[in-house]
Design a binder for this molecule. Structure first.
Ligand code: SAM
Length: 279
C-alpha cells in the first residue's frame, strides 16, 4: 500500500491493468508518488482550486494533486486502458475527481470547471506545445486559468524562459513572457520516468499576469514575432519585408535597428513594433 492515499503502488497498478507504455501516446509515466506530490505542490495551495490535468495516465500526478488538497481535479485522458485505474482513484476521493476519456485538443474543459483554476500536467510530448500555445493565446485576458504547471522536454522548457541573445529565444519565450511570469521549477533526468525518455525533462510554472506586460494587439504581436523568428538569421528589415513597404522606418520608430536580428530584440521592443505595425 502507498503511504500517501492507501491506493496500490503505481507499479502494481500498471501490472494489474496491463498498462504497458505506448510511444504513440507519449507515455512516460511518473511512478514515484513523492515526486508527483512535489510537482503538485508547485502551484501552491490548491485547496480552493479546481485543477485541470491533461493525460493522467495511471494517475500518479492525479493522486499527488488530490492528496495535496485540490478541491476538484478534471482529468482528460485519451487512453481507454487508464479508465479503470482512474476510477479507483475517483472512488478513494469521493466527488473530487472527474475523468473524461477523450483528446485534450478536442474537449472543452471549461464546462466542467469552476474558477479559480490551475492547470497541472505531465504533458504528452506530441501535443504539449500545441496545448501551451492555446492556453497562452485566448481571445480575452486574463485567461480561464491562474497558473500552468507543466512538464516538458528540458529543451522546450528552456525555450519558454529564454532571454534575448540566447539561441533558444523565440516565439515561445515571447508568447509566454508577455502575459505570464514563467520559471523552471524542477529539472528531471530521464530515469525519473518509466520508460525513460531519451532527454531530460523540466517542470515550468507560469503564473498569469492580470494584464500583459506591455500593450499590444495579440494577433499582430503573434504575426510579427512568427515572421521575425521564421528567418531568425536574417536582419529584421529583410525578415519583415513583407509586413510593410516602410518597414525600416517602422522598426526605427519601435526603437529597433533594421539591421538587428530577431533574437536581439526584447519583448518590450516586439510589443512596440506590434503597436507601430497596427498604427
Ligand atoms: N500523468 C501521467 C504521469 O505523470 O505518469 C502520464 C504522463 S504521459 C507523459 C502523457 C499521458 O497523456 C499519457 O497517459 C497519454 O495516454 C496521454 N495523452 C496522450 N495524448 C493525449 C491527448 N491528445 N489527450 C489526452 N491525453 C493524452
Amino acid at each position: 500500500m502507498s503511504r500517501i492515499d492507501g491506493l496500490p503502488p503505481l507499479r502494481d497498478v500498471i501490472a494489474t491493468h496491463g498498462l504497458q507504455a505506448r510511444k504513440s501516446l507519449g507515455q512516460n509515466f511518473l511512478l514515484d508518488l513523492n515526486l508527483t506530490a512535489r510537482i503538485a505542490r508547485i502551484p501552491g495551495d490548491l485547496s480552493g482550486m479546481d485543477v485541470l490535468e491533461v493525460g493522467p495516465g495511471p494517475g500518479g500526478l492525479t493522486r499527488g494533486l488530490l492528496s495535496e488538497g485540490a478541491r476538484r481535479v478534471l482529468a482528460i485522458e485519451k487512453d481507454h486502458r487508464c479508465m479503470a485505474p482512474l476510477a479507483e482513484i475517483a472512488e478513494a476521493y469521493p466527488d473530487r475527481l472527474q475523468v473524461i476519456e477523450g483528446d485534450a485538443l478536442e474537449v472543452d474543459p471549461l464546462a466542467h470547471l469552476t474558477p479559480p483554476i490551475a492547470i497541472c500536467a505531465n504533458l504528452p510530448y506530441n501535443v504539449g506545445t500545441e496545448l501551451l500555445v492555446r492556453w497562452l493565446t485566448p481571445k480575452d485576458w486574463p485567461p480561464f486559468w491562474s497558473s500552468l504547471t507543466l512538464m516538458f522536454q528540458k529543451e522546450v522548457a528552456e525555450r519558454i524562459v529564454a532571454q534575448p541573445g540566447s539561441k533558444t529565444y523565440g516565439r515561445l519565450a515571447i508568447l509566454s513572457q508577455w502575459r505570464t511570469d514563467a520559471r523552471i521549477s524542477l529539472t528531471l533526468p530521464p530515469g525519473a520516468f518509466t520508460p525513460p525518455p531519451k532527454v531530460s525533462s523540466a517542470v515550468v510554472h507560469l503564473t498569469a499576469l492580470p494584464e500583459p506586460r506591455y500593450p499590444a494587439d495579440p494577433k499582430v504581436l503573434e504575426r510579427v514575432v512568427a515572421r521575425a523568428f521564421n528567418q531568425r538569421r536574417k536582419m529584421l528589415r529583410a525578415a519583415l519585408k513583407g509586413e510593410a513597404p516602410d518597414i525600416e522606418d517602422r522598426l526605427l520608430s519601435a526603437g529597433i535597428q533594421p539591421t538587428d536580428r530577431a533574437e536581439q530584440v526584447s519583448l518590450e521592443q516586439f510589443c512596440a513594433l506590434a503597436r507601430v505595425m497596427e498604427a
